[in-house]
Design a protein. Sequence first.
Length: 273
Amino acid sequence: MIDSSSVNDLIGADVYGSGEAKIGTVGQVYVDNDTQAPTWVTIRTGLFGTSETFAPLTEANFDAGIVRIAYDKAFVKDAPRVEADGALSDEEEQALYSYYGMTDASVDESPLYDQDADRGVNTHGTEGHDTSGPTTDDAMTRSEERLHVGTERVGAGRARLRKHVVTEQVTKTVPVSHEEVTLSREPITDANAADALAGPDLSEEEHEVVLTEERIVTSKETVPVERVRLGTETVTEQQTVNEDVSHEEIELDDTDVRTTTTDGTAADRDTRS
């Protein structure tokens, strides 16, 4: 039998059945209203633990963070579906007793209740119940969500240098020269008469002149022109984050009693804090 000192340690513990297969994890612990002894637990099963099934702690034991119950996984998952809303009604408790073969157990006038319910503890995302009980005080705690915004560094892309060859036309103007034949005639004078009369009177002769010209010759050479490398720089910009945050509000629900606030002024019937 699991005693009341282990109640808080049961939350979130792994639950194993009689077939040594894990059934799920403990979601809520229901205790006896008088003795505070844990008698039932809800077991979170299904994908992401979204489904909860009641199981009794009769003949169960709790050791090394593991709860072991006397029923197999399939049997527990087929148990009657009871809303885990903070307290078990007589009908719900009797249906569970009957399913688990505990027909000799009677339901007394003090029903079982979730040990976290009186403290408003929301263990699985449903609305809690704040009712008078042995574990409550005279105040209620109001909580709210606070948004914390930070940054993390993640990969945003890749950049690489790639070199390839591009061919383009280059046009240049280059001066070139060539020789052309010119014909000049000069009269016989005393200065050239001797050269003119040195040969025969009549003859056939040929004179030849070699002409030259410049032709364009091209050549190419490869030379380094610059060095290119990759680098990074940090650029900071402003981005707006929109996120929903929740908070609790506490209101006074009393139409018969006139109340005053701590500063002595009369309070409205619907008072929020």
